[in-house]
Ligand binder design. Structure first.
Ligand SMILES: N[C@@H](CCC(=O)N[C@@H](CS)C(=O)NCC(=O)O)C(=O)O
Length: 249
């Protein structure tokens, strides 16, 4: 199989894309794109949308984590990404959908808001990436790109406050799914590979990490994603963070 995977440093969704190919044991060449610049590149490559992960698999364009998971399951059924049992499969698909549509976006909003406020940690997220320029230069000039990205992805004060409010219940949902065996089994399924990178990106934020560490969700995520580089200093207003201290139930 001839595969080119378009990725992005620090991107939880892009990491899901990489994990999906790794799970299937399919080799790929990776191109790392920087935010915002990626829009023009992906358009020029005639992908339908402007987000990563995006892959060319033997010439076929597949974009989006769930579309890639489905394409890989079709092209190489073993090892599977979804359980054979119909009821369990539905549960895994629902967890995968939620990870894609809900969790991924809430974490993205909090991350982009924080990185825009303090970009001093950005260089760490570039670790291991090949972006065609020195990492220090890219990180120093990233400010306007992150600001534009944050605006275009809805990282507004209001959305970020709301994302933090719902974050404890999202963690509880993941812990519950782990307890039920929907997440965290061996080998991992499509929902595991969807959700774990979002938790790792959240844990790279000094503001969120204390609320995650020590929970089953943290152990689960760091077991699947062995290394997620980057760290963003604490920047969120303390009153916004109050929901993280309240007990969940
Ligand atoms: N939910 C989609 C969305 C992926 C997505 O939004 N990717 C972000 C990176 S995490 C992206 O490409 N952003 C482009 C940009 O921010 O410039 C998926 O799972 O594929």
């Amino acid at each position: 199989m001839d595969v080119r995977l378009y990725s992005m440093p620090g991107s939880h969704a892009a990491r899901t894309g990489q994990l999906l190919f790794d799970h299937k044991g399919i080799e790929y060449k990776r191109t790392d794109l920087l935010p915002v610049v990626s829009w023009a590149v992906l358009k020029a490559l005639r992908f339908p949308g402007v987000t990563v992960p995006a892959a060319k698999i033997d010439g076929e364009r597949v974009q989006g984590t769930r579309a890639i998971a489905q394409a890989l399951e079709r092209l190489k059924p073993e090892p599977p990404l979804y359980p054979a049992d119909a009821e369990r499969r539905r549960a895994v698909e629902e967890a995968e959908r939620w990870g894609d549509e809900e969790l991924q976006q809430r974490v993205r909003e909090i991350f982009l808001w924080s990185a825009r406020k303090d970009s001093s940690g950005l260089v760490g997220y570039l670790d291991g990436s090949k972006i065609g320029m020195p990492h220090g230069v890219a990180a120093k000039t990233a400010g306007p790109f992150i600001a534009l990205d944050a605006r275009s992805r809805g990282a507004t004060d209001e959305n970020v406050r709301r994302a933090i409010e719902v974050f404890p219940s999202m963690l509880q949902r993941i812990d519950d799914w782990i307890a039920e065996g929907i997440l965290g089994g061996e080998p991992p399924n499509a929902a595991d590979l969807q959700i774990a990178p979002s938790i790792c990106l959240a844990m790279s934020l000094d503001d969120l990490r204390p609320a995650i560490e020590g929970r089953p969700a943290a152990q689960f995520a760091t077991h699947i994603v062995r290394h997620f580089p980057g760290r963003t200093p604490a920047v969120l207003p303390s009153e916004w963070l109050a929901p993280l201290a309240a007990p969940t139930g």
